[in-house]
Write a protein that binds this ligand. Sequence first.
Ligand SMILES: *[C@@H]1O[C@H](CO)[C@@H](O)[C@H](O)[C@H]1NC(C)=O
Ligand SMILES: *[C@@H]1O[C@H](CO)[C@@H](O)[C@H](O)[C@H]1NC(C)=O
Ligand SMILES: *[C@@H]1O[C@H](CO)[C@@H](O)[C@H](O)[C@H]1NC(C)=O
Ligand SMILES: *[C@@H]1O[C@H](CO)[C@@H](O)[C@H](O)[C@H]1NC(C)=O
Length: 235
Amino acid sequence: MLWLLLLPLASLLRSATATSGGGTTSCTQESCGNLIIRFPFSLAGAQPLYCGYPQFDLTCDTGPGRAQAYLSNTFRERLFRADNISYASNTMVAAIAGNGGCPVPDFNVSGSLALFPFTISAANKRFVFFYDCHVPPEHRLPLLPRLCGNRTVGAYISGRWGEGDTLPRDIPANCSSVSVPVRGGMEPASLLYYERLIDDGFLLELPAPLGDCDGCRRVRGECRLDLLSFQCVCC
Ligand SMILES: *[C@@H]1O[C@H](CO)[C@@H](O)[C@H](O)[C@H]1NC(C)=O
Ligand SMILES: *[C@@H]1O[C@H](CO)[C@@H](O)[C@H](O)[C@H]1NC(C)=O
Ligand SMILES: *[C@@H]1O[C@H](CO)[C@@H](O)[C@H](O)[C@H]1NC(C)=O
Ligand SMILES: *[C@@H]1O[C@H](CO)[C@@H](O)[C@H](O)[C@H]1NC(C)=O
């Protein structure tokens, strides 16, 4: 919900900078690190918001180290990193970033993406963390308590994102839990590599194309969104 409040503010700030700062009005393709950014995404500070969906606005953090793009409009700053966009398959790989030193998120990924027009792909697996209860020793994660407010945290991976939303029987029903989609890791050992697994991100399906952006690009036009309807601005 907070996201709804943040978005108009972000848009206002953007249009204010655009009018005062001589910002560009073009939707020419941009990049952030290896990531190519174009319709239906836009790059904050480099492209006007009409270059993509407002929810697909990205912020590029250029340093130190490798430049990384983040979804601009989330309830916490730099919550989701955008790692890979495939314009051909209409998908992207995103990952949870910056969770205050604790690798266990304190939110459900599906809830925090609910207002975005993405679908969490059913090809992901479900990685579930549970805590604030008696954690069976075989599910305990080593090293985590130190990082996460001295909590004992347990985890398991279920086969597919689309199934297994309820805790398995050997886990007390009064545990709190959060679920993270992940791309790999069915073998038990992968629980030991949870940080890596989470950092590798998860697959999101983008909404069906609103218009023929490929066709528009072929004639060197520029794809835009005007009040959520597709426009090819030519040429
Ligand atoms: C991005 O996805 C493409 C196509 O699936 C793949 O070839 C490439 O290695 C990926 N890049 C990264 C950084 O994951
Ligand atoms: C963390 O929890 C353990 C066991 O509950 C306790 O022995 C230890 O003192 C706690 N450490 C801190 C820093 O609170
Ligand atoms: C959770 O349930 C167990 C019994 O199943 C009980 O012993 C424990 O106190 C409960 N924990 C909390 C935090 O309610
Ligand atoms: C995450 O989702 C599960 C299942 O829908 C729910 O039981 C749990 O309370 C949620 N956790 C948080 C922190 O919102």
